[in-house]
Ligand binder design. Sequence first.
Ligand code: ADE
Ligand code: ZN
Length: 330
Amino acid sequence: MTVSDLPKIELHMHLEGAAPPAFIRGLAKEKNTDLAGIFDENGAYKYKDFWDFLKVYEAATSVLKSPQDYYRLTRAVLEESAASNVIYTESFLAPDFCGGGDVAAWQDYLAAIKQAADEMEREAGIVMRAIPTCVRHFGPDQAKQTALCAAETVGDFVTGFGMGGDEAMGKQNDFKYAFDMAREAGLRLTSHAGEWGGPESVRDAIRDLKVERIGHGVRAIEDLALVDEIAEAGIVLEVCPGSNVALGVYPKWSDHPIAELRKRGVKVTVSTDDPPFFHSTMRYEFDRLAETFGWEEADFLELNKAALDAAFCDEATRGAVAKKLEPADA
Ligand code: ADE
Ligand code: ZN
């Protein structure tokens, strides 16, 4: 057995960003939409940099037009995750793409996504929870609408609220209203920060949005006092090393700060973000981490435990998933 065979907990994956390119090509064909420009000669997604990635991502998402499309997407994505032996996954969903932020339309999309997730739990044993996210470059007003969608559907399946998108647009604090609304509805909070923004973006997210997890957060390493604060406060980082290397936040795996953050006492977890965009899977992430930092089974068990402790799910779910993480001979 290698570490990539271990069961895995994933906290940071965008459902639309996990769409297999062949699936998106198939939908484009069904809908007579020309998306040829977003694929390379091997059929993979093609983009030049992070900002181009966001455009290609939104172009790919444009063919997801109905709850049925999202039902099929959810099944396709969870099949890929289950093939990496992911046993619990939290998926970011953008109500902006699921009915344009309209609450009733979002409820229809969500019902289809949940149906697919329930089926995959029965068929493949993978448990999914949903985290509606606002898109930062769509602005704070749109984010309020997204938060309303999330607040109206909080429950066993929709358990968190988050923010992705272009970190260069505005400040975390511009989205305080949306995050306050989500918190008051009982949702748990995470926000992308310290990916393209520096340590101040991470500070802002913790102070202004009062998140308990940070999407990425890796650039906190540029301010060691902040690293100590994160470690002390028990804030969890949803680290996506393959994404960071593919998008050029760090030139190569050995430059990635995940091992240093962990050494300094930060609770780090490992996720894929948008796996096909980065030629990644959870197996790939585990293998590269083992190869780059010499991590062994015990290290990955610790990562998995940190992720499950930080998962936005109820205690019965956490307990059931924990049983599946235990080594077979324990
Ligand atoms: N949305 C999807 N992937 C993202 C990323 N890596 N950063 C910000 N927003 C995203
Ligand atoms: Zn992300």
